[in-house]
Design a protein around this ligand. Sequence first.
Ligand code: PMP
Length: 379
Amino acid sequence: MSLTGANGLAHACATRPEAALRPGYHSPQAEVDVRLNTNESSEPPPQAFVDALADELRSIPLHRYPDRQATALRAALAAHHAVEPEQVFCANGSNEVIQCLLLAYGGPGRPAMLFEPTYALHSHIALLTGTPVVAGRRDDAFEVDPAEMARTLAAAAQMHGPASPAVTFLCSPNNPTGGVETLDRVRAVVSRVPGILAVDEAYGQFAPWSAIELLESEPRLVVVRTFSKTWAMAGLRLGYAIADPSVVGSLSNVALPYHLDALKQVAGRLALGFGDEMRARVAATIEERGRVAAALGDLPVEVWPSNANFILFRVSPHDGPQVWKALLDRSVLIRDVSDWPGLKGCLRVSIGTPSENDRFLSALGEVLSAEDDSRSTVC
Ligand code: PMP
């Protein structure tokens, strides 16, 4: 690539090929009335939390580096999950946790195994860290079939040796399909893979169980969580892993010094004091999700059951990107996942406030009937 520097001279500066931005890496950030594209909480955090954070901000010694061990935050998270502080690693969003996992355990010749369709950043971050990806396919119900798992494992071992895969990802509930893995499935996978099994539970508060229960007996298991969704703190960027202390040590080794700023450490600790409010929001979101799913059922779309704060649906024979754009034209932004593996014609909508969901549903109904009209005119 040829760049022109400040002095006007052209010079050749090629990025690593894996560093080129891949399609779908960023969800568009458009100015719209109704934003249902990134599965955030539809409501801001409780005012009492914001007040408490503002109060503590006044006493943070901002001229000093933050606590590198994030001692108070990790102790609070450990108490919340009934584990030891040495089992908790915190980072700037769960994406950074995943990046640290791949920096520590992946890399050239040390593949990551995953099952598509799943959270796109697992494979994106793998590639960015030089980690080869061996991808299996979920079945028609978006489950990981044991035979497909065996096939993918064998492919990884054949390509990269018997210690492969170094890291395996499951996502439960899975983004963007919404299904949960059973604990038996998690147990079965960890017993078969040679390396780390990372269970991404970004939407874990919506699931009936958590792989955290298995940590005591499975030292190669890493459970990844975030404050970006139900804790309503996407703007603060905080995620964490719960794992064996030796894994936490390896993750800390690859994180940059002082990577977790002081304000975020306080914010995470304070947020955990608002568990009741968070649980009430989860319950309200689940109720709204039921209402949206039922309303989608009355439209000519295929809908998958969800255990998260979003719903996947297929608009075929309508064109996914066209429907997405027509919704955007009505100031409703959802996620176009139609070019993700196995998701042709699919879109994903986050559950918002009741009025946002109503706007989405009426816009979608309008778009689909307008498209039907134009189709019948053409015919
Ligand atoms: N994992 C999954 C499955 C997600 O859907 C997301 C956010 N879309 C993340 C991880 C990353 O979340 P964050 O970095 O905001 O914690």
